[in-house]
Write a protein that binds this ligand. Structure first.
Ligand SMILES: [Zn+2]
Length: 128
């Protein structure tokens, strides 16, 4: 989904991430109707959302053998993503370390801080 910069008649500006067709939200400061600010980030006043870190190449081969230009581009993308996550923390997702991701945790990994569910067949005993 693209990022839009919005502006109200009083000049308040803020960003939203939403689909092209979604109705524009009211101004967060004064509640007035908003309009997209054209320009800055492209033809429609929108910019593409950079991919999350997990979607970036994780291997040497994935960087085209550490191709200098490609790696520089990746670094810029990662920085753009980091800045975006600072402004929109909801994009960052769950950053807690994953403790278990196999078996029954395949769909919902067990993360640090999650309560460890008791085993049904051995009440009072936590899973191995
Ligand atoms: Zn406003």
């Amino acid at each position: 989904m693209p990022i839009y910069e919005l502006r109200c008649p009083d000049g308040h500006r803020f960003e939203v991430i939403q689909s092209f067709a979604a109705p524009l939200p009211e101004c967060r400061e004064c509640g007035a109707a908003t309009a997209k600010v054209p320009g800055r980030c492209g033809l429609l006043g929108s910019a593409r959302v950079p991919p999350p870190a997990a979607a970036m190449p994780q291997t040497w081969r994935g960087t085209g053998g550490a191709d200098r230009e490609y790696v520089t581009g990746l670094r810029r993308t990662a920085e753009a993503r980091r800045e975006l996550e600072e402004r929109h923390p909801e994009l960052a997702g769950d950053r807690r370390p994953v403790l278990a991701h196999e078996g029954r945790y395949e769909r919902a990994p067990l993360r640090a801080g999650d309560p460890v569910p008791e085993r049904k067949d051995r009440p009072g005993i936590t899973p191995d």
